[in-house]
Design a protein around this ligand. Structure first.
Ligand code: NAI
Length: 319
Protein backbone atom coordinates (compact mmCIF):
# COMPACT_ATOMS: atom_id res chain seq x y z
CA UNK A 1 0.00 0.00 0.00
CA UNK A 2 1.25 3.45 -0.89
CA UNK A 3 1.80 6.47 1.28
CA UNK A 4 -1.25 8.40 2.43
CA UNK A 5 -1.00 11.78 0.69
CA UNK A 6 -3.11 14.94 0.75
CA UNK A 7 -2.10 16.40 -2.61
CA UNK A 8 -4.71 18.85 -3.89
CA UNK A 9 -6.40 18.99 -0.49
CA UNK A 10 -6.75 22.21 1.50
CA UNK A 11 -6.48 21.71 5.24
CA UNK A 12 -7.41 24.34 7.86
CA UNK A 13 -5.82 23.85 11.27
CA UNK A 14 -6.98 26.24 14.00
CA UNK A 15 -4.59 27.18 16.79
CA UNK A 16 -1.75 25.88 14.60
CA UNK A 17 0.87 28.34 15.83
CA UNK A 18 1.99 26.04 18.65
CA UNK A 19 1.62 22.66 20.31
CA UNK A 20 -0.60 20.06 18.72
CA UNK A 21 -1.92 22.33 15.96
CA UNK A 22 1.62 23.10 14.82
CA UNK A 23 2.42 19.38 14.65
CA UNK A 24 -0.74 18.72 12.61
CA UNK A 25 0.01 21.61 10.21
CA UNK A 26 3.61 20.45 9.65
CA UNK A 27 2.51 16.87 8.94
CA UNK A 28 -0.23 17.88 6.49
CA UNK A 29 2.23 20.29 4.83
CA UNK A 30 4.77 17.49 4.40
CA UNK A 31 2.12 15.25 2.81
CA UNK A 32 1.18 17.58 -0.03
CA UNK A 33 -1.74 19.50 1.49
CA UNK A 34 -2.10 23.26 1.20
CA UNK A 35 -2.38 24.37 4.82
CA UNK A 36 -4.12 27.33 6.44
CA UNK A 37 -2.22 27.95 9.66
CA UNK A 38 -4.75 29.75 11.85
CA UNK A 39 -3.60 31.25 15.12
CA UNK A 40 -4.63 34.31 17.02
CA UNK A 41 -1.25 34.27 18.75
CA UNK A 42 -2.67 35.17 22.15
CA UNK A 43 -1.78 34.06 25.66
CA UNK A 44 -2.71 30.82 27.33
CA UNK A 45 -5.73 32.41 29.03
CA UNK A 46 -7.16 34.01 25.89
CA UNK A 47 -5.39 37.36 26.32
CA UNK A 48 -3.59 39.41 23.63
CA UNK A 49 -2.82 38.59 19.97
CA UNK A 50 0.15 38.38 17.60
CA UNK A 51 0.86 37.23 14.06
CA UNK A 52 4.23 35.69 14.92
CA UNK A 53 3.01 32.22 16.01
CA UNK A 54 1.19 31.48 12.73
CA UNK A 55 3.93 33.12 10.63
CA UNK A 56 6.65 30.92 12.16
CA UNK A 57 4.76 27.72 11.31
CA UNK A 58 4.02 28.91 7.76
CA UNK A 59 7.75 29.60 7.31
CA UNK A 60 8.60 26.14 8.62
CA UNK A 61 6.19 24.44 6.20
CA UNK A 62 7.57 26.48 3.29
CA UNK A 63 11.17 25.71 4.29
CA UNK A 64 10.27 22.02 4.09
CA UNK A 65 8.94 22.52 0.55
CA UNK A 66 5.26 22.72 1.46
CA UNK A 67 2.50 25.27 0.82
CA UNK A 68 0.86 27.26 3.60
CA UNK A 69 -0.74 30.58 4.44
CA UNK A 70 -1.25 32.26 7.80
CA UNK A 71 -4.59 33.35 9.23
CA UNK A 72 -4.72 35.46 12.40
CA UNK A 73 -8.46 35.51 13.05
CA UNK A 74 -10.03 34.22 16.21
CA UNK A 75 -11.97 31.00 15.61
CA UNK A 76 -14.95 32.86 17.02
CA UNK A 77 -14.97 34.54 13.58
CA UNK A 78 -14.94 31.11 11.95
CA UNK A 79 -16.26 32.33 8.59
CA UNK A 80 -13.16 34.53 8.21
CA UNK A 81 -10.88 31.55 8.83
CA UNK A 82 -12.60 29.55 6.11
CA UNK A 83 -12.57 32.60 3.79
CA UNK A 84 -8.76 32.65 4.07
CA UNK A 85 -8.72 29.09 2.68
CA UNK A 86 -11.07 30.00 -0.18
CA UNK A 87 -9.29 33.29 -1.01
CA UNK A 88 -5.85 31.67 -1.14
CA UNK A 89 -6.49 28.13 -2.35
CA UNK A 90 -10.05 28.15 -3.77
CA UNK A 91 -11.32 25.25 -1.67
CA UNK A 92 -11.35 23.57 1.72
CA UNK A 93 -11.37 19.82 2.39
CA UNK A 94 -10.29 19.26 5.97
CA UNK A 95 -10.97 21.29 9.12
CA UNK A 96 -9.12 20.59 12.34
CA UNK A 97 -10.73 22.44 15.27
CA UNK A 98 -7.82 22.60 17.68
CA UNK A 99 -7.53 26.16 19.03
CA UNK A 100 -7.84 26.32 22.77
CA UNK A 101 -7.29 28.25 25.98
CA UNK A 102 -7.53 27.48 29.68
CA UNK A 103 -8.97 29.51 32.53
CA UNK A 104 -8.73 26.99 35.36
CA UNK A 105 -10.50 27.75 38.63
CA UNK A 106 -12.23 25.56 41.17
CA UNK A 107 -15.94 25.44 40.36
CA UNK A 108 -17.08 27.88 43.05
CA UNK A 109 -14.62 30.53 41.82
CA UNK A 110 -15.42 30.45 38.08
CA UNK A 111 -16.50 33.90 36.89
CA UNK A 112 -18.87 34.51 33.98
CA UNK A 113 -15.84 35.64 31.99
CA UNK A 114 -13.93 32.41 32.73
CA UNK A 115 -16.94 30.45 31.55
CA UNK A 116 -17.74 32.56 28.50
CA UNK A 117 -14.18 32.86 27.15
CA UNK A 118 -13.51 29.13 27.37
CA UNK A 119 -16.85 28.31 25.74
CA UNK A 120 -16.29 30.97 23.07
CA UNK A 121 -12.96 29.56 21.89
CA UNK A 122 -13.62 25.82 22.21
CA UNK A 123 -17.32 25.35 21.55
CA UNK A 124 -18.54 28.45 19.71
CA UNK A 125 -15.29 28.66 17.71
CA UNK A 126 -15.64 25.05 16.52
CA UNK A 127 -19.30 25.70 15.70
CA UNK A 128 -18.46 28.81 13.66
CA UNK A 129 -15.59 27.36 11.61
CA UNK A 130 -17.47 24.13 10.96
CA UNK A 131 -20.70 25.85 9.99
CA UNK A 132 -18.77 27.99 7.49
CA UNK A 133 -17.07 24.94 5.93
CA UNK A 134 -20.06 22.58 5.99
CA UNK A 135 -21.96 23.86 2.91
CA UNK A 136 -18.70 23.67 0.91
CA UNK A 137 -18.08 20.10 2.06
CA UNK A 138 -21.68 19.23 1.17
CA UNK A 139 -21.42 20.66 -2.32
CA UNK A 140 -18.19 18.82 -3.11
CA UNK A 141 -19.37 15.58 -1.46
CA UNK A 142 -16.29 15.42 0.69
CA UNK A 143 -15.13 16.80 4.00
CA UNK A 144 -13.23 15.75 7.09
CA UNK A 145 -13.74 17.49 10.46
CA UNK A 146 -11.91 16.99 13.73
CA UNK A 147 -13.16 18.28 17.08
CA UNK A 148 -10.71 18.37 19.97
CA UNK A 149 -12.03 17.12 23.28
CA UNK A 150 -10.14 16.19 26.44
CA UNK A 151 -10.06 13.60 29.18
CA UNK A 152 -11.02 16.53 31.43
CA UNK A 153 -14.32 16.57 29.55
CA UNK A 154 -14.84 12.81 29.45
CA UNK A 155 -13.96 12.17 33.09
CA UNK A 156 -13.92 15.60 34.78
CA UNK A 157 -10.85 17.21 36.33
CA UNK A 158 -10.49 19.33 39.44
CA UNK A 159 -10.37 23.03 38.57
CA UNK A 160 -11.59 22.63 34.99
CA UNK A 161 -15.40 22.72 35.15
CA UNK A 162 -15.68 25.41 32.45
CA UNK A 163 -13.21 23.60 30.17
CA UNK A 164 -14.75 20.15 30.88
CA UNK A 165 -18.22 21.39 29.93
CA UNK A 166 -17.00 22.91 26.67
CA UNK A 167 -14.95 19.82 25.80
CA UNK A 168 -17.89 17.47 26.38
CA UNK A 169 -20.07 19.86 24.38
CA UNK A 170 -17.77 19.21 21.45
CA UNK A 171 -18.52 15.47 21.69
CA UNK A 172 -22.24 16.20 21.31
CA UNK A 173 -21.58 18.61 18.46
CA UNK A 174 -19.44 16.05 16.63
CA UNK A 175 -21.97 13.23 17.13
CA UNK A 176 -24.72 15.18 15.39
CA UNK A 177 -22.51 16.60 12.62
CA UNK A 178 -21.35 13.03 11.92
CA UNK A 179 -24.99 11.98 11.39
CA UNK A 180 -25.93 15.02 9.29
CA UNK A 181 -22.79 14.84 7.14
CA UNK A 182 -22.59 11.09 6.52
CA UNK A 183 -24.63 10.97 3.30
CA UNK A 184 -22.37 13.63 1.74
CA UNK A 185 -19.13 11.86 2.73
CA UNK A 186 -18.50 14.38 5.49
CA UNK A 187 -16.93 12.68 8.48
CA UNK A 188 -16.57 14.25 11.90
CA UNK A 189 -14.47 12.62 14.62
CA UNK A 190 -13.20 13.69 18.03
CA UNK A 191 -9.57 13.54 19.10
CA UNK A 192 -8.74 13.30 22.80
CA UNK A 193 -5.04 14.13 22.99
CA UNK A 194 -2.53 14.25 25.81
CA UNK A 195 0.56 16.17 24.78
CA UNK A 196 3.35 18.35 26.01
CA UNK A 197 2.43 21.97 25.28
CA UNK A 198 2.14 25.28 27.05
CA UNK A 199 -1.33 24.22 28.20
CA UNK A 200 0.12 21.23 30.06
CA UNK A 201 3.68 22.28 30.98
CA UNK A 202 2.76 22.96 34.61
CA UNK A 203 0.14 20.18 34.83
CA UNK A 204 1.91 17.03 33.62
CA UNK A 205 4.76 15.42 35.62
CA UNK A 206 8.14 16.34 34.00
CA UNK A 207 9.18 12.74 33.09
CA UNK A 208 5.81 12.14 31.39
CA UNK A 209 5.88 15.57 29.71
CA UNK A 210 9.05 14.65 27.82
CA UNK A 211 7.42 11.54 26.31
CA UNK A 212 4.24 13.24 25.15
CA UNK A 213 5.34 14.72 21.88
CA UNK A 214 2.54 16.26 19.77
CA UNK A 215 4.22 14.67 16.69
CA UNK A 216 3.14 11.26 18.01
CA UNK A 217 -0.55 12.27 17.83
CA UNK A 218 -0.49 14.10 14.48
CA UNK A 219 -0.49 10.88 12.36
CA UNK A 220 -3.68 9.73 14.08
CA UNK A 221 -5.42 12.99 13.23
CA UNK A 222 -4.06 12.89 9.67
CA UNK A 223 -5.31 9.34 9.15
CA UNK A 224 -8.80 10.26 10.39
CA UNK A 225 -8.81 13.06 7.79
CA UNK A 226 -7.66 10.98 4.83
CA UNK A 227 -10.20 10.24 2.11
CA UNK A 228 -9.61 6.49 2.58
CA UNK A 229 -10.59 6.56 6.27
CA UNK A 230 -14.21 5.54 6.89
CA UNK A 231 -14.29 6.32 10.63
CA UNK A 232 -17.13 8.72 11.49
CA UNK A 233 -18.64 9.95 14.74
CA UNK A 234 -15.92 8.36 16.88
CA UNK A 235 -13.93 9.51 19.87
CA UNK A 236 -10.28 8.59 19.46
CA UNK A 237 -7.87 9.06 22.31
CA UNK A 238 -4.17 9.32 21.54
CA UNK A 239 -0.90 10.01 23.36
CA UNK A 240 2.72 8.88 23.44
CA UNK A 241 2.44 6.83 20.26
CA UNK A 242 -0.77 5.04 21.33
CA UNK A 243 -4.36 5.40 20.13
CA UNK A 244 -7.68 3.86 21.19
CA UNK A 245 -11.41 4.41 20.75
CA UNK A 246 -13.71 5.60 23.55
CA UNK A 247 -17.43 4.90 23.73
CA UNK A 248 -20.26 5.66 26.08
CA UNK A 249 -21.71 2.43 27.44
CA UNK A 250 -24.98 1.67 29.21
CA UNK A 251 -25.86 -0.99 31.73
CA UNK A 252 -28.51 -3.59 30.87
CA UNK A 253 -30.65 -1.83 33.41
CA UNK A 254 -33.72 -3.29 35.04
CA UNK A 255 -37.45 -2.98 34.66
CA UNK A 256 -38.79 -1.22 37.74
CA UNK A 257 -42.31 -2.71 37.58
CA UNK A 258 -43.88 -6.01 36.48
CA UNK A 259 -47.18 -4.82 34.95
CA UNK A 260 -47.95 -1.99 32.52
CA UNK A 261 -50.67 -0.83 34.91
CA UNK A 262 -48.25 -0.55 37.83
CA UNK A 263 -46.58 2.68 38.79
CA UNK A 264 -43.03 2.97 39.98
CA UNK A 265 -42.35 3.76 43.61
CA UNK A 266 -39.15 5.19 45.03
CA UNK A 267 -38.76 1.87 46.87
CA UNK A 268 -38.97 -0.05 43.57
CA UNK A 269 -36.06 2.05 42.36
CA UNK A 270 -34.09 1.38 45.57
CA UNK A 271 -34.75 -2.36 45.33
CA UNK A 272 -33.54 -2.54 41.73
CA UNK A 273 -30.69 -0.04 42.09
CA UNK A 274 -27.96 -2.67 42.09
CA UNK A 275 -29.29 -3.99 38.73
CA UNK A 276 -29.84 -0.50 37.34
CA UNK A 277 -26.21 0.39 37.95
CA UNK A 278 -24.51 -2.98 37.38
CA UNK A 279 -22.12 -2.59 34.46
CA UNK A 280 -21.35 -6.31 34.16
CA UNK A 281 -23.26 -6.64 30.85
CA UNK A 282 -22.97 -3.02 29.78
CA UNK A 283 -22.98 -2.27 26.08
CA UNK A 284 -22.59 0.54 23.61
CA UNK A 285 -25.62 1.69 21.62
CA UNK A 286 -24.94 2.94 18.13
CA UNK A 287 -27.70 5.50 17.76
CA UNK A 288 -30.61 7.32 19.35
CA UNK A 289 -32.89 4.97 17.38
CA UNK A 290 -31.27 1.99 19.07
CA UNK A 291 -31.68 3.63 22.48
CA UNK A 292 -35.36 4.41 21.82
CA UNK A 293 -35.86 0.93 20.36
CA UNK A 294 -34.61 -0.58 23.60
CA UNK A 295 -37.19 1.41 25.55
CA UNK A 296 -39.94 0.26 23.19
CA UNK A 297 -38.89 -3.35 23.70
CA UNK A 298 -39.21 -2.96 27.46
CA UNK A 299 -42.65 -1.41 27.05
CA UNK A 300 -43.72 -4.18 24.67
CA UNK A 301 -42.72 -6.82 27.17
CA UNK A 302 -44.85 -5.13 29.83
CA UNK A 303 -47.78 -4.70 27.43
CA UNK A 304 -47.67 -8.30 26.24
CA UNK A 305 -48.70 -9.33 29.70
CA UNK A 306 -46.45 -10.35 32.39
CA UNK A 307 -42.86 -9.99 33.25
CA UNK A 308 -42.14 -12.33 36.13
CA UNK A 309 -40.31 -10.73 38.97
CA UNK A 310 -37.13 -12.73 38.39
CA UNK A 311 -37.14 -11.66 34.71
CA UNK A 312 -37.12 -8.03 35.73
CA UNK A 313 -33.62 -8.51 37.00
CA UNK A 314 -32.15 -10.15 33.95
CA UNK A 315 -34.12 -8.51 31.18
CA UNK A 316 -31.90 -7.35 28.38
CA UNK A 317 -33.43 -4.28 26.73
CA UNK A 318 -31.49 -4.54 23.53
CA UNK A 319 -32.34 -8.10 22.56
P1 NAI B 1 -1.34 25.34 22.82
O1 NAI B 1 -1.63 26.46 23.76
O2 NAI B 1 0.07 24.97 22.60
O3 NAI B 1 -2.01 25.65 21.41
C1 NAI B 1 -3.26 26.23 21.28
C2 NAI B 1 -3.17 27.32 20.24
O4 NAI B 1 -4.47 27.86 20.02
C3 NAI B 1 -2.26 28.50 20.66
O5 NAI B 1 -1.23 28.69 19.70
C4 NAI B 1 -3.20 29.68 20.73
O6 NAI B 1 -2.62 30.90 20.31
C5 NAI B 1 -4.32 29.25 19.80
N1 NAI B 1 -5.58 29.95 20.07
C6 NAI B 1 -6.12 30.22 21.29
N2 NAI B 1 -7.28 30.89 21.15
C7 NAI B 1 -7.48 31.05 19.81
C8 NAI B 1 -8.51 31.65 19.04
N3 NAI B 1 -9.56 32.24 19.62
N4 NAI B 1 -8.40 31.61 17.69
C9 NAI B 1 -7.34 31.02 17.09
N5 NAI B 1 -6.33 30.45 17.78
C10 NAI B 1 -6.40 30.45 19.12
O7 NAI B 1 -2.18 24.08 23.35
P2 NAI B 1 -2.26 22.53 22.91
O8 NAI B 1 -1.97 21.73 24.11
O9 NAI B 1 -1.53 22.28 21.66
O10 NAI B 1 -3.84 22.38 22.68
C11 NAI B 1 -4.45 22.17 21.45
C12 NAI B 1 -5.86 21.64 21.70
O11 NAI B 1 -5.81 20.37 22.33
C13 NAI B 1 -6.71 22.53 22.62
O12 NAI B 1 -8.03 22.54 22.14
C14 NAI B 1 -6.63 21.83 23.95
O13 NAI B 1 -7.74 22.12 24.76
C15 NAI B 1 -6.62 20.38 23.49
N6 NAI B 1 -6.10 19.45 24.47
C16 NAI B 1 -4.77 19.44 24.76
C17 NAI B 1 -4.29 18.53 25.66
C18 NAI B 1 -2.84 18.42 25.94
O14 NAI B 1 -2.47 17.48 26.69
N7 NAI B 1 -1.99 19.29 25.39
C19 NAI B 1 -5.18 17.62 26.40
C20 NAI B 1 -6.54 17.67 25.97
C21 NAI B 1 -6.96 18.58 25.05
Amino acid sequence: MGDLRFDGRVVVVTGAGAGLGRAYALLFGSRGAKVVVNDLGGGRHGDGKSSSAADAVVEEIKRNGGTAVADYNSVVDGEKVIKTALDNFGRVDVLINNAGILRDKSFARISDQDWDLVHAVHLKGSFKTTQAAFPIFKKQGYGRIIMTSSNSGLYGNFGQANYSAAKMGLVGLASTIAIEGAKNNIHCNVIVPTAASRLTEDILPPDLYAELKPELIAPVVAYLCHESCTENGSIIESAAGWAGKCQIIRSNGSLLRTKITDGVSVENVRDKWQKVTSMSNAEHLDSIQEATGALMTSLDSLRSGEVKDEEVDVYNFTQ
